[in-house]
Design a binder for this molecule. Structure first.
Ligand code: SAM
Ligand code: SF4
Length: 329
């Protein structure tokens, strides 16, 4: 079993396969996009597979593929298929904006993907455009339909922002009435690539819950699964459920079981750190599997206690200004 220096089990890797994206979510990146990584700077699929295989041998059981938008990277399905064959990997999941995803859903089901996180902040096409900068609402809804049709578990991720989509909280909760989806409201974090000034959190987990309980006073707390980052609830009689993720308040660090690898191969042992080491560079310098394993273990043995400590210890760019597309969420 892989443990960190605080006795927490590490068994979950979030791998961002690209920093590129076909949307421009207000809270994630500026309209002009980012200073995209060149092909040479990106980890190749072979390198990613090598690192994933090593981490699975070391104790990682679950891998989430994220980005940027995973489905904008060429040949992503070939990579996912190879990954799904790793011995010892129990769960392969994906976070996607759903714009290009619908045609791949059947194949995802075939390779054993049982759950997908779909980002959808609003059920209103005009607000979708104002949040994402692109007129793609219908494509995301058809991905939702395909996922449900193929009985893939769906978690809908909605970042709650004052004046942008706080009016969508109740309609999104209402989606759980007839659909077996889990709608998860996420506190906005400062990772917007400086697309806008982060002025502090207006909708924290307490206020989001109050808004829901105001409309549905019977909303019940349900048991939070082990390592869950969300507080979970259900409106009695609804098929689906609700989660609230205190991503900025960081109430979940005590049970953190995850590590992240960015598209350029940087290991992050906390969402709020600014990168511990570049694994891709080690591989390209000819490091053996044993050496890479040793540096990884060293990083896990020096994991920050929580997101506040990790943020304090950042050495460059002081504050957390990077885009979430370079972290993976
Ligand atoms: N492009 C894919 C998508 O949007 O689902 C995957 C990558 S995206 C960076 C992963 C998750 O991070 C999304 O659910 C998105 O809503 C969330 N996210 C992005 N920027 C955020 C921010 N500033 N605060 C909170 N969540 C954010
Ligand atoms: Fe793209 Fe996802 Fe960021 Fe939106 S949240 S801009 S879809 S990477």
């Amino acid at each position: 079993m892989l443990l960190d220096n605080h006795g927490r089990k590490i068994n979950y890797l979030r791998l961002a396969v690209t920093d590129r994206c076909n949307l421009r979510c207000f809270y994630c990146m500026p309209e002009e996009g980012l200073n995209w990584l060149s092909r040479k700077e990106l980890m190749t699929y072979e390198e990613m597979l090598q690192v994933c295989s090593l981490l699975v041998k070391m104790g990682v059981e679950k891998i989430r593929i994220t980005g940027g938008e995973p489905f904008v990277r060429k040949d992503i399905m070939k990579f996912l298929t190879s990954l799904s064959g790793l011995q010892g990997l129990n769960e392969l999941t994906i976070t996607t904006n759903g714009v290009l995803t619908a045609p791949y859903v059947k194949e995802l089901k075939n390779i054993g993907v049982k759950s997908v996180n779909l980002s959808l902040d609003t059920l209103d096409a005009n607000r979708f455009f104002s949040i994402t900068g692109r007129d793609e609402f219908q494509k995301v809804m058809s991905t939702l339909g395909e996922l449900l049709k193929h009985e893939i578990e769906v978690k809908i991720n909605a970042v709650v922002m004052e004046g942008k989509n706080n009016q969508d909280i109740i309609p999104l909760v209402e989606l759980t009435k007839d659909l077996p989806v889990s709608v998860r409201f996420i506190e906005e974090m400062p990772f917007n690539g400086d697309g806008h000034l982060y002025t502090g959190l207006k909708w924290d987990y307490v206020r989001i819950l109050e808004e829901i309980k105001d409309r549905y006073p019977d909303t019940k707390k349900t048991v939070d699964p082990l390592f869950s980052t969300s507080y979970n609830y259900q409106v009695p009689g609804h098929k689906g459920s609700i989660g609230i993720i205190a991503a900025y308040s960081r109430t979940f660090c005590g049970t953190c079981n995850r590590i992240r690898i960015t598209p350029e191969g940087v290991l992050k042992t906390c969402l709020y750190d600014n990168g511990i080491l570049n694994i891709k560079d080690r591989l390209r310098d000819g490091a053996t599997e044993e050496t890479v394993k040793a540096v990884l273990l060293d990083a896990f043995n020096n994991k920050a206690k929580n997101g506040w400590e990790a943020e304090r210890l950042r050495t460059k760019n002081q504050g957390a200004h990077e885009s979430m597309a370079t972290i993976g969420g």
